[in-house]
Design a protein around this ligand. Structure first.
Ligand SMILES: [Zn+2]
Ligand SMILES: [Zn+2]
Length: 352
């Protein structure tokens, strides 16, 4: 079972995913299961699923129905399974296959999953607001095993030089970090499946920005950015972000994928309009103008943080035609996690 520290860090009111029984948050800190009909999450404890059954369910391809849907199902001749969004199910049901007793494993563990990226498959990219990564090892391990990301963009890592990459338990990713050195909190990180050829791009900026390059076959190279804007009132980070992009793209053209916590709560991304109570509207407008300059499309339309509900964690790209899927999965902090699948051909490194 994940440690109580993990559970205590999650903010009960800030996630999209509330347990269908107890109405408390479902996060990667505690075992939970997704109903295949109503797409509601349940803590296994609340639904009286013991750990043996939970493991069996995780290995089974059969649909799992919650107690409400199970009753409905018996009273109908034609259960409407097709009403469930396949995309949500295929992404999220993987959480139900997690071993509830699993603790973070050591690098030497033989059962550690292999690098997730398989040549020819789309890249799975997640954008995680962490709020103290090294203090959430249980939830972090569950997230990596459940979501199997090829690329992790992380913000608010709260890491410092006393914490090594090995301690992050990501033996199958190459980890790039920019820890905050001017005080506590902050920090950004990009982790790329270690069988994909990647390298860090050195930039000079005072803002919390990190760029990593993936060399690709038969197409432009991809630059991946992680960005953290520390507060809504901040006026310097966004100009810094685009100044780094200017410097990178003046000499050659790149495909761009940028993620992070932008702290721009005033945008309604579905209607692409400012909310009536938008704070610092000028900063919000400047950001949109800059994204237009680089032909970046913002992919996340649903809220990633609740109470109040705001889309803070954004994913932007100039190759939106290659995006197969955008969805949101439970998080490890008071933010949920946007997930994108991108069709791309990065150079593969053959291993083992
Ligand atoms: Zn519950
Ligand atoms: Zn149900």
């Amino acid at each position: 079972m994940a440690s109580s520290t993990d559970a205590n860090i999650s903010n009960e009111n800030s996630t999209l995913y509330l347990c269908g029984c107890c109405k408390h948050a479902v996060t990667w800190a505690t075992p939970a299961i997704l109903c295949d009909v109503c797409a509601t999450w349940y803590h296994t404890e609340c639904h009286n699923i013991n750990s043996d059954d939970y493991v069996k369910l995780g290995h089974s391809s059969a649909d799992w129905l919650c107690y409400l849907c199970d009753c409905d199902d018996r009273s109908q001749t034609n259960p409407s399974y097709h009403t469930l969004s396949d995309s949500i199910h295929s992404t999220l049901s993987s959480i139900s296959s997690l071993d509830p007793n699993s603790e973070p494993r050591h690098t030497s563990s033989p059962s550690k999953p292999k690098p997730s990226w398989t040549k020819g498959k789309p890249l799975k990219i997640i954008n995680v607001n962490c709020q103290f990564l090294s203090g959430k090892k249980g939830a972090w391990a569950h997230l990596l095993e459940g979501a199997r990301p090829d690329i992790v963009i992380a913000t608010e890592t709260w890491l410092d030089r006393t914490i090594t990459n090995n301690e992050l338990e990501m033996p199958h990713h190459t980890v790039y970090r920019r820890d905050r050195t001017s005080g506590p909190g902050g920090g950004v990180m990009i982790a790329v499946a270690s069988n994909i050829r990647s390298s860090v791009i050195r930039t000079t900026t005072t803002a919390e920005i990190l760029w990593v390059k993936l060399s690709c076959q038969g197409q432009r190279d991809l630059i991946i950015g992680a960005f953290y804007r520390p507060r809504v009132s901040d006026k310097t980070s966004i100009p810094e972000l685009f100044s780094t992009m200017d410097n990178l793209t003046t000499r050659r053209a790149y495909d761009i994928f940028l993620g992070g916590d932008f702290n721009l709560p005033g945008w309604d991304w579905r209607s692409l309009s400012l909310k009536p109570n938008c704070p610092y509207p000028q900063v919000h407008r400047e950001f949109l103008e800059l994204t237009n300059t680089y032909e970046l499309k913002q992919l996340v339309e649903d809220p990633t943080r609740f109470c109040p509900s705001n889309t803070l964690d954004l994913m932007l790209t100039n190759i939106s035609l290659r995006v197969n899927k955008t969805t949101i999965i439970p998080g490890i902090s008071d933010h949920d996690i946007p997930l994108v699948e991108l069709s791309l051909k990065p150079h593969h490194i053959y291993q083992e």
